[in-house]
Design a protein around this ligand. Structure first.
Ligand code: AMP
Length: 289
């Protein structure tokens, strides 16, 4: 497996791959089974698989966990090696932002897609994501890039960027990987230390499963707000008194492509949830069928 820490070294190798197809899996490391599924998918799409590992400072707010974000470098490289990854791009912040961040040229996704949900609670986050992803596309020059549906707003924003800027890359979404109890895998799950916190984290997927079941049972569109509030109250009620606090930050139904809120739960609509379990912020979503 090749390891590149500079753009120049990677570029030399990319020239040797001319004529081959390249699939990129962009990550921030701390690779879990969700990332690994994306990497395996990449292997089915292209001749060459490149994984990027970069904890992107641009997408973290001042109060967020940039310094504390896990960086198990050797473990991540071993996972990539084991999965048969051809190359890992592992740049430093200085390599990615040699002129610093203050005077950087940035990608600004449309406000209609960033002003709600994660974007509303994480100002500048999606600007940071779109900027680094465009940079990675331009450095790695992939034919395919695989993104998890776990981060559905991010996925929709990147698909829009690729359409709007005519980027020569095909975005391949990958379904969310979950543990045996339904918890969406995330690098942040390791912050859930106490067993009761891990139990409480299941609230997110329970609300989503409830929405899907309610729709199936009704067999007709359901009023989104009323249904979601009812589900939220039912799922959260056991946690109202007890040692673990569960606080929903947003719960909403959106059009899966435009990310605009919809009034009705019906097949094709995406339900989104973000919640704090004590201090740990988790997100999840599902596409209703
Ligand atoms: P991250 O390292 O958190 O930036 O994630 C890198 C990529 O992995 C993104 O495209 C995520 O959407 C995707 N991803 C993270 N968790 C999961 C999961 N549980 N299932 C599928 N994809 C995931």
């Amino acid at each position: 497996m090749l390891l590149f820490t500079t753009v120049a070294e990677y570029r030399t190798q990319r020239a040797d791959w001319r004529g081959k197809t390249v699939a990129l899996v962009p990550t921030m490391g701390a690779l879990h089974e969700g990332h690994q599924a994306l990497i395996r998918k990449a292997g089915t799409l292209a001749d060459v698989v490149v994984v990027s590992i970069f904890v992107n400072p641009l997408q973290f707010g001042p109060q967020e966990d940039l310094a504390a974000y896990p960086r198990p470098r050797e473990q991540d490289l071993a996972i990539c090696e084991q999965l048969g990854v051809d190359a890992v791009f592992y740049p430093s912040p200085l390599e990615m932002y040699p002129d610093g961040q203050d005077s950087l040229t940035r990608v600004v996704p449309p406000a209609t897609m960033t002003e709600r949900f994660c974007g509303a609670f994480r100002p500048g986050h999606f600007e940071g994501v779109a900027t680094v992803v465009l940079k990675l596309f331009s450095i790695i020059q992939p034919d395919f890039a695989i993104f998890g549906e776990k981060d559905a707003q991010q996925l929709a924003i990147i698909q829009k960027m690729v359409r709007d800027l005519n980027l020569p890359v095909r975005i391949v979404p990958h379904p969310t990987l979950r543990d045996g109890r339904g918890l969406a895998l995330s690098s942040r799950n390791q912050y859930l230390k106490a067993p009761q916190e891990q139990e409480a984290a299941l609230c997110l997927s329970q609300i989503l499963v409830g929405a899907q079941q309610a729709l199936k049972a009704a067999e007709a569109p359901l009023p989104a707000e009323e249904t979601l509030v009812r589900l939220q109250d039912a799922v959260l009620s056991p946690w109202q008194t007890g040692p673990v606090s569960v606080r929903v930050q947003y719960l909403a139904a959106v059009d899966a492509v435009t990310f605009q809120p919809t009034a009705w739960l019906k097949p094709g609509v995406r339900v989104l949830v973000a919640a704090y379990v004590n201090q740990v912020r988790l997100i999840d979503n599902c596409l209703l069928s």
